[in-house]
Design a protein around this ligand. Structure first.
Ligand SMILES: Nc1ncnc2c1ncn2[C@@H]1O[C@H](COP(=O)(O)OP(=O)(O)OP(=O)(O)O)[C@@H](O)[C@H]1O
Length: 454
């Protein structure tokens, strides 16, 4: 038998006859390795030598009682389930023990052996499910390794990496801004799966996708019968994310009443379900995102200022793809390779004319749009190379809004140079070449404070 198949159970029972009865009964499962102790001290001594998977305790022991021994076991092995078996039916003691975290409380009678047998089966099932969840979370963590998943080599994305690294080191709240499709959720996941909370849940909620009247119960849960239609108790997203990370996307969609409740919950670190009175302690990292300018929402009276300061934490701004055009081809190659692999297609080449066409577009839907353009192109292509005609741009807005307001020609020139400098990572020579102007024109503008290399 492998060590991994062995399930180690400590039986703490001072009555030799009853101890042997339990030991014999449990030994019918060949995977159970049983150790019997007659005192609490003996049990504690052996805990450090060979860690049990489960412990059963007689409540009355010669040197201690079940409650005290349970407390001392918990200090050493907080995750090991403990079952208390008592000679007397004492409801108050039983409730106290269960509230303290004992898994089960049985009274010694004819049925105890069978109850214990079934309880152990259930505990094992839960333990292996928990192990499986931990393993899946670990794998997910590797999947969201931000250096391998958030693709990009531009200065702009480099700044984002630096901030993500800072965020994971502490428990600070994070606020992510950026246009649609810039990777806000991806960044939130990367933060979660690199933080100490990675083994706990990552829960994402998009406030824009939840009808206003259901938002409160979705976030904070409700008790059965708390409103018409509340047929059962519901655990809210905050509770689901407890000990982990809650990603609240499109937070500007929260109405003012819910904003007040959110502020209270964050300040007090506890919540009450709708229609309930029980206080539930919360320990979460909040990551929020919005494509709206939250400060402007505050100015317009649509977002509470106190909540704004509470949730801002570490701000991370994701630049639009058109402002980090050095990432375009890297992302395009990445999405193409990924698509070909997932669909068992051979490697495809991107022709130079295709690259040029991809570089000229302004991607109002950002990375998400580029991804779908590339996937569609792979489907449209002859299977070997991506030609310019395989690229189907769905968006109608081909300009970047430069003509949206009246300005002098000089102002237009400055705006155009500014946007090219952003696009090409402040590479003055490249920008001068692209715009067919002298590099000194740009340097002069910088000297005159008309432009800056940010
Ligand atoms: N830097 C990146 N590297 C690789 N994939 C990316 C990157 N940024 C975004 N993506 C991909 O683009 C798509 C959109 O990303 P995501 O959903 O995180 O954007 P978002 O900003 O949260 O969008 P929305 O505001 O619409 O909710 C996803 O498929 C994501 O995996």
């Amino acid at each position: 038998m492998n060590e991994s198949d062995i399930y180690r159970i400590f039986i703490v029972e001072d009555d030799p006859w009853y101890g042997e009865v339990l030991k014999y009964h449990l030994s019918l499962n060949p995977n159970y390795e049983l150790h019997r102790f007659t005192t609490g001290e003996d049990c504690l001594k052996y805990i450090s030598v060979c860690q049990p998977h489960l412990i059963t305790l007689d409540y009355s022991l010669p040197d201690t009682n079940g409650a005290e021994l349970f407390r001392r076991i918990q200090e050493r092995l907080p995750d090991t389930p403990v079952i208390v078996i008592s000679g007397q039916k004492d409801v108050e003691t039983a409730v106290g023990l269960l509230q303290a975290g004992v898994y089960n409380y049985f009274v010694k009678d004819d049925r105890t052996k069978d109850l214990l047998w079934n309880a152990i089966l259930k505990i094992r099932e839960n333990q292996s499910l928990k192990q499986e969840v931990d393993q899946l979370r670990e794998e997910l963590g590797q999947k969201y390794d931000f250096n391998s998943i958030i693709k990009g080599s531009s200065q702009a994305i480099g700044k984002v990496f630096t901030l993500v690294e800072k965020a994971v080191r502490t428990n600070i709240n994070v606020s992510i801004t950026g246009e649609t499709g810039t990777g806000k959720e991806l960044v939130a996941k990367a933060i979660h799966y690199h933080s100490d909370r990675r083994k706990k849940p990552f829960v994402a909620v998009n406030m824009a996708a939840i009808p206003k009247e259901l938002a409160e119960s979705e976030l904070f849960g409700h008790e059965k019968g708390s409103f018409t239609g509340a047929m059962n108790k519901k655990i809210g997203r905050f509770e689901e994310a407890n000990k982990g990370t809650l990603f609240l996307d499109e937070i500007a969609e929260l109405d003012l009443t819910l904003q007040s409740k959110l502020l209270r919950v964050l300040q007090e670190r506890e919540l009450t379900r709708v229609g309930g009175s029980e206080k539930i302690m919360l320990d979460i990292r909040l990551v929020i995102a919005s494509h709206k300018d939250l400060l402007e929402e505050v100015r317009q009276g649509r977002f509470r200022e106190d909540l704004y300061y509470r949730i801002m934490g570490l701000p991370i701004a994701l630049p639009p793809l058109r402002e980090r055009s050095t990432d375009i081809m890297l992302l395009a190659r990445h999405f193409l390779d990924e698509f070909c692999k997932d669909n068992r297609l051979g490697t495809m080449t991107i022709l130079p004319a295709t690259t040029e066409k991809l570089m000229r577009y302004n991607y109002p839907g950002n990375v998400r749009e580029l991804k779908s353009i590339i996937q569609l192109a792979a489907v449209m292509s002859d299977g070997v190379e991506i030609r310019p005609d395989d690229l189907l741009f769905t968006s109608l807005s081909g300009t970047n809004g430069n003509m949206a307001e009246e300005m002098t020609l000089r102002d237009y020139t400055i705006q155009i140079i500014k946007s090219y400098l952003k696009k090409y990572d402040n590479n003055v020579l490249l920008v001068a070449d692209k715009l067919d102007i002298g590099k000194s024109t740009i340097y002069k503008m910088i000297q005159n404070d008309e432009l800056s290399l940010s």
